[in-house]
Design a protein around this ligand. Sequence first.
Ligand code: GAP
Length: 502
Amino acid sequence: MTQDNLMSKIVSLCKRRGFVFQSSEIYGGLKSSYDYGPLGTELKRNLAAKWWRSMVYERDDIHGIDASIIMHSDVWKASGHLKNFTDPLVDCFNCQARFRPDKVPSVAPGTKVEYKSAKDKKKIISSEVKECGYVCPECGSTDLSKERLFRGMFQMPLGAVDPVQEFVTKNYDSGLSKEEFLKELQKEIADSSVYLRPETAQAMFVQFLNVLNTTSAKVPFGIAQIGKSFRNEIVVEHFIFRSCEFEQMEMEFFCEPGSHKNWLEYWKNERLEWYKKFVNSPESFRLRQHTEKERAHYSNDCYDVEFLFPWGWDELEGIASRTDYDLKKHSEASRTKLSYFDPNKKDPETGKDGWRYTPYVIEPAAGLTRLMLAVLCDAYKEDKQVDAKGEEKIRVFLKLDPSIAPFKVAILPLLKKDGQPEKAKEIAQALRKKGLHVSFDDASSIGKRYAKHDEIGTPWCMTIDGDTMEKGTVTLRDRDTTQQETLTVEEALAKLIGFLSL
Ligand code: GAP
């Protein structure tokens, strides 16, 4: 299986089995917008729950919040996003592609290149690479626009009044030149605009004091959040890997200045190890340190957890040392002291008892929707099986860790009679009461049902047959080995509950 092939098989499985659908599909779909179907929703929720468990429930130094997506626009002014959250953008005049010049390979200026004319496919154009040092990544053309800056945040008006209509009504006869009119209009729109958050992080800085004052938190401590973020991405790519609407799992860890290097070391290792615990190929996860040029405006060091996607190594999570940048910026802009007082420390400047300082921050920031794609790539397996007729068949299965599998077990009555469906429903209900997501499935032949549950990653299938009714035994089939064992109903229930409560 080639890696290109793997990606198209995953996209097809996601659609066929109800993991991910194109948004607004019946209207032709909306580029880069996806809806998570019944199984995708479960997988995503299980991944989020796993992150929350390791970040919040298993520790006593991290508190969770759930902040609003729309925040005061001054937040984005203070954080630097309004100024810095921009990407360079270039248009190709030949094929009309739009791309980020900082993401394309460089080609030495002056290099002779040839490309096909988009208007006349038979025409080959010869040209030289210009000063910019790149060509169009789609068609290889050198006929490119200048670089422009493109704002990555979605802007929208807040309130009942349409600011454009208001402005035009007021200034229709004002005698302003076209340029002045446009400038004033843009200012009016900006003044009445809010932004969809491009990261969940800022709310955790803005709510630093409220969390500190309402919990017994002491530095070092963290604030965690899972939620949607929005970026007006120039290039959306690789299915749900890069989209305009996505989910993040971020944690801001506030620590004493001077301790941040140790905490960065701690968190980068902690986060890498977390992934390795529930995947099949831990060697497909690695850390990569950012070069100075790559780092965001707020960061003095940063590592990415990268995953070996079908197209190569790419980012899954960033672990950034954000210094005291954000708390200081919000302190200045809001005139609120976002600092911490430690009565047990001496102030390093004065030598006096008690130290008030602005904490430094280490931020592990992971993409939830991106992680879902990574675990699907990691779990997709094919093996050869011999069917009942003795023919060799390719079996597809998702080798998902049971803790993240959408269904934990499928309960399958062999026949739709002799009390088997009723017994199967009774067992399914007993497991549901224990909190497991269970599928009752009597839809088709037992072979087809096994194949379906292999493909959606259900770790076990429990078959209810004549022996269940007579002797109280069931067969439990393992997804990965396809081996079946016969157990009493009680043994099977105890085994499943034992596995899944880990
Ligand atoms: N608060 C820091 C921050 O947002 P980031 O590296 O820009 O850092 C963190 O984003 C993670 O969010 C990324 O590692 C990635 O997993 C995910 N992410 C970012 N942009 C995304 C997009 N357009 N689509 C899907 N996931 C995205």
